[in-house]
Design a binder for this molecule. Structure first.
Ligand code: NAD
Ligand code: TDX
Length: 335
């Protein structure tokens, strides 16, 4: 077990990164955190408001900027990389930034890790494995082949492969985690769960892509960030860990749950055009991770987790309201 003293958290002003930094602030006050974030449309520095600036610093910068990394990386004993373009629909509309940040950005981080001998954890997604048929009862396992479908997931897959190669060839000390779909506080309103909640809160009808039969495997973000800490501190170098909470649900079921909890009629939504190339089903088998590191999800009741997530969006209108209109306009422009 090695508890890092000084972590660089890239993308720490986004959804999962913010939750990770809050967890470290609350549970590991002995660990200093430098957040490095470009503050793209998805990053909000207000997410760090109220945290002790003696423990948590913010540097605004781009992970693709090697000269900046030469300034910032030395002195840190670990990097946890959340910085990414993360939204599939955006990647379909304009893949360029995904290639840049997800692939080139990871490459620049790996070069800095190699140069300054820093422990590296790479936050990735179950989407690198592609999808499975609804009838298929299998779940993804760590050694399954990579078969990404979207521009987003293909750039995440590429970044994972760079990490594996740098580990084997240069002996960098790295781990990778591939988690399933996260939900919880601080998620951008472009994503399905917060988009649905804030559509209802602003008098818009939620949108369901296609028939809504696509299955996602859901994990509460607080469970994910605890898993990441465990991997950072106790994970085996070179390993890939699958982080999930065994919670497969169709999009129609998730939407139905939100409508019910918010007191809306069950048919108060619009069916809209299918996402091009839409992955049918994701499901991961977290057994190896659970057995090896003794991690267990706490938020095992999806409805309870969703109730508290809805409450968070009700209470934090000032956080999401300023970007809601532009997000919906962007969806309209995508057609
Ligand atoms: P997000 O889009 O909410 O946040 C990304 C953050 O990275 C933002 O703060 C943004 O400003 C920053 N960023 C973007 N480009 C950057 C750059 N070039 N340099 C520095 N900072 C940059 O994403 P998220 O949902 O928190 O996802 C974090 C990571 O977790 C991503 O790698 C994503 O692929 C992975 N992941 C997400 C989910 C999920 O359900 N959200 C599931 C599995 C894996
Ligand atoms: O309005 C919507 N209606 C809808 O039916 C939106 C925004 C989405 N959907 C569907 C598409 C997906 O099947 O809901 C499902 C979830 O969509 P997203 O929230 O866009 O997530 P997904 O594409 O599954 O990817 C997410 O999980 C894996 C994250 O955005 C990725 O960063 C992560 O890697």
């Amino acid at each position: 077990e090695h508890v890092p003293q000084n972590i660089l958290v890239t993308g720490g002003c986004g959804f999962i990164g913010t939750n990770f930094v809050h967890m470290v602030a609350e549970e590991h006050p002995e660990t200093h955190v430098t957040v490095l974030d470009k503050l793209s449309y998805a990053g909000n520095p207000e997410n760090l408001a109220g945290l002790d600036r003696g423990q948590i610093d913010l540097v605004v910068g781009d992970i693709c900027d090697a000269a900046m990394l030469d300034e910032v990386v030395p002195g840190h004993d670990a990097i946890v990389n959340f910085a990414a373009e993360s939204h599939n629909d955006n990647s379909i509309a304009d893949p360029g930034p995904f290639v840049e940040t997800n692939i080139v950005g990871t490459y620049q981080l790996l070069e800095a890790v190699r140069k300054y001998d820093v422990r590296y954890h790479h936050v990735s997604t179950d989407e690198v494995y592609g999808d499975m048929a609804l009838e298929d009862r299998r779940r993804f396992e760590p050694d399954d082949p990579y078969r990404p479908s979207s521009p987003y997931s293909s750039t995440k897959a590429a970044s994972d492969l760079l990490v594996r190669a740098w580990c084997r060839t240069y002996g960098i000390r790295a781990t990778i985690s591939n988690s399933s779909n996260n939900y919880g506080p601080y998620q951008h309103v472009e994503k399905f769960v917060p988009r649905t909640i804030t559509n209802i809160l602003t008098g818009r009808r939620p949108k369901l892509y296609g028939m809504g039969r696509n299955v996602r495997d859901w994990i509460h973000v607080e469970d994910h960030v605890h898993a990441l800490w465990d991997i950072l501190v106790r994970g085996r170098i070179g390993e890939t860990y699958l982080v999930g909470a065994r919670c497969e649900m169709s999009n129609a079921e998730v939407l139905g749950c939100i409508l019910r909890l918010m007191g809306e009629p069950e048919d108060a939504y619009d069916k809209v055009a299918e996402r091009p190339g839409h992955d049918v089903r994701y499901a991961i088998d977290p057994s190896k991770f659970e057995e090896e590191l003794g991690w267990k999800p706490v938020h095992t009741d999806f409805e309870a987790g969703m109730r508290s997530t809805i409450a968070w969006y009700r209470e934090h209108e000032l956080w999401w309201k300023p970007v809601k209109e532009q997000t919906e306009r962007r969806y309209e422009a995508m057609g």
